[in-house]
Design a binder for this molecule. Structure first.
Ligand code: PRX
Length: 649
């Protein structure tokens, strides 16, 4: 299963990279033995309004989880991402925007971005937004999404970006949980030629009587089409920005001030509002961006992630802009309108570093060589991947076909909660193995434990835990510290539990094998089985539901939903369609079940617990490995499920 190939460090990077092999060994050791000294030095890469005197003050002790970095320092993130570059890089391009249609393109220099952020920060202030208020951003991939994020950080507001694919229900849940005061959206979005009715979705969410905190909605005009306009509430972005003052001073923020909330799925309950804070997040994303991508001045960096995910936060906006980098922001999808669109964009802007997800790589690979037709991609120096384990075959295709067999690939393992890369190769330091995330970044101490919490030393596989804090670690779940402790620190005492499993090979390199909890990974997007189940059982005809992830060639995992219907209801094609649309409306398109299996009864223990292990085996076509089913209240349901499964395919 593990592909045996190994790609040595390219000879030019061996000596020229920021971090070479011997430096990695030395610095890693230093970062673990003396984190205060190491992070004290690294924190000098950002600007402080008031320097810190304390570096690390963190506890992973049960019941006392408390994470503080650089706690008495003061700074502002938008100042770090914009103002500090103006003197030397003011005329450099900060954002190159490529529209969904190949004929649309814009560029913004650091000076221009600074002015837009200042103006928009003044708009927010004029609408009564203050330090500590929560602002929702539900935007397409346009530079104004980054402007909105940076404007929030300029005045100390906490942004909560919601991915544009989420439904009104999902938006409403996030607004209610965070008591957001203002929503920033767009009339519509466009992706792959399809219209996304963003403003309409916001209107539908805000129509819910439970939402009482939102006072204003600022609307960016992307297409010029929208339905309703609530003149007492809705404000056009362009009108407000044009009328605003072009300079806005930045707020002085404490190191631990909340920076943003980003909702993500867990194994239980509703999505969790992961809260990141200011200084540690910036120090860590600034350093990881520079060293893991080996970013050199003038390099063009393209991260294909949407701003609605953590990758879009850390490595499309904050990490790159803090380094004064030039980023490409793309509104569309890799194969629209032609299969070679991604490669064309690489050539068009002479992209040097490309960072994308295994699901996109597999989707391109499946189309064959048309995806690189009439392009050369000679500008590329480095490739990156994130979001799920990359199968060696896709890694090798990415390396050979997109990267012309020339570019190292950094397979970066991290999470919404980690804020930045935790396990990843450094391109000048580590030989690469297709499918392996390889080595811990500075300051990160991964370990493998069995289900009882015993450490697995040497070669082996187990639950992936992190032994001590790193600066960009999430501080809490918004308004629910008890759930934070429970979700990450209760399973294995005194460590952070990632929810993933990993293997350590004979060389000590780490291979992530996937989630071990009830979290699905659909096209690199996290989704809780519990979330999809609760959407299903909210349907008036459904009595019970159990959701399983099954392997999928392109998406990594697909959703297989078992349902039982209320008495008198019949399963037919119309019902299946209705149920799929229902889930899409409740959560969003990414949660649409691929398979719906209606049945009369689910396998349960005598105490009524659904035995997912059995459902998983059946859905994965492994019914010959069911194991012991004698504890079931009614073992006959299993045969029935197996025969129904065969008919379903
Ligand atoms: O299972 C791991 C997988 O994505 C999960 C985190 O998802 P999310 O918080 O949405 O963040 C995605 C982008 C950072 C992890 O628990 N994952 C992420 N990167 C990798 C990965 N699995 C294997 N290899 C990776 N490089």
């Amino acid at each position: 299963m593990l592909d045996g190939r190994r790609y040595e460090v390219p000879s030019d990077l061996k000596t020229s990279a920021y971090i070479t092999s011997s430096e990695y060994e030395k610095k890693y050791k230093e970062s673990i033995e003396n984190p205060d000294k190491f992070w004290n030095e690294q924190a000098r890469n950002i600007e402080w309004i008031k320097p810190f005197t304390k570096v690390k003050n963190t506890s992973f002790e049960q019941g006392k989880i408390d994470i503080k970095w650089f706690e008495d320092g003061q700074l502002n993130i938008s100042q770090n991402c914009l103002d500090r570059h103006l003197a030397t890089k003011g005329d450099d391009i900060a954002i190159i925007w490529e529209g969904d249609s190949p004929s649309l393109s814009r560029q913004m220099t650091y000076k221009e971005l600074h002015e837009q952020v200042c103006r928009f920060a003044n708009v927010l202030k004029s609408q009564g937004i203050k330090k500590g208020d929560v602002v929702v951003i539900y935007m397409p991939m346009v530079p104004e999404a980054a402007v909105a994020m940076l404007a929030c950080t300029r005045i100390g507001a906490i942004h909560s970006v919601i991915f544009g694919g989420f439904s009104p229900e999902a938006i409403a849940g996030r607004i209610i949980d965070s008591n957001a005061k203002l929503v920033i959206t767009s009339d519509e979005g466009i992706r792959g030629g399809k219209i996304i009715p963003l403003k309409k979705n916001v209107d539908a969410a805000l129509a819910k009587p439970e939402i009482t905190t939102v006072e204003k909605v600022i609307v960016f005009e992307r297409t010029g089409h929208h339905d309703a306009w609530h003149s007492e509430r809705d404000i056009w972005w362009h009108e407000a920005v044009n009328a605003a003052d072009p300079y806005c001073d930045y707020e002085v923020m404490d190191a631990e001030s909340p920076l943003f909330i980003l909702y993500t799925s867990g194994s239980t309950g509703k999505p969790k509002g992961v809260l990141h804070s200011t200084a540690g997040y910036l120090v860590y994303t600034t350093l990881t961006f520079k060293t893991v991508f080996n970013y050199q001045p003038k390099d063009i960096f393209w991260c294909t992630a949407d701003v609605g995910w953590i990758t879009g936060h850390s490595y499309l906006v904050y990490g790159p802009l803090s380094n004064g980098a030039t980023i490409v922001m793309y509104e569309g999808i890799p194969s629209y309108p032609t299969p070679n669109r991604l490669s064309q964009i690489v050539d068009k802007y002479q992209v040097n570093i490309l960072y994308t997800a295994p699901t996109a790589i597999r989707a391109l690979m499946a189309q064959g060589d048309v995806v690189v037709e009439n392009t050369h991609r000679n500008s590329l120096k480095l490739l990156g991947t994130v979001g799920e384990p990359i199968n060696p075959q896709a890694w090798i295709w990415y390396h050979e076909t997109i990267g012309n067999s020339r570019c190292p690939i950094v397979d970066t393992w991290w999470q919404t909660e980690t804020g930045g890369f935790l396990i990843t190769p450094l391109p000048g330091a580590h030989a690469l193995k297709p499918g392996a995330a390889m080595k811990p970044f500075f300051g990160v101490q991964p370990a493998l434990v069995d289900n009882e919490g015993n450490f697995i030393e040497g070669e082996g596989e187990g639950n992936l835990v992190i032994m001590d804090s790193w600066p960009s670690q999430a501080r809490t779940l918004y308004g629910d510290h008890a759930r934070f402790e429970e979700a990450y620190f209760a399973t294995f005492k005194n460590t952070y539990f990632s929810g993933d499993a990993a293997k350590r090979d004979a060389d000590g390199d780490i291979w992530i094998t996937g989630r071990v909890d009830d979290v699905l990974n659909i096209s690199g997007h996290r989704l809780g089985t519990a979330e999809v189940e609760s959407a299903l059982v909210a349907h008036p005809k459904i009595a019970e539901a159990a959701v399983i992830g099954v392997p999928h060639d392109i998406k990594g995992q697909a959703i297989y939903a078992y349902i039982t219907l209320n008495a008198g209801e019949e399963a037919d094609d119309a019902l299946y369609l209705e149920v799929k649309n229902w889930v899409r409306n409740e959560i969003g398109a990414i949660a649409t079940p691929d398979y719906i299996h209606a049945t009369k009864g689910l396998p349960k223990t005598r105490s009524g617990k659904i035995m997912r292990r059995i459902l998983r085996k059946i859905a994965c076509d492994e019914a010959d490995q069911l194991g012991d089913i004698s504890t079931l209240a009614d073992p006959s349901v299993v045969e029935k499920l197996i025969s129904e499964y065969k008919c379903l395919l």
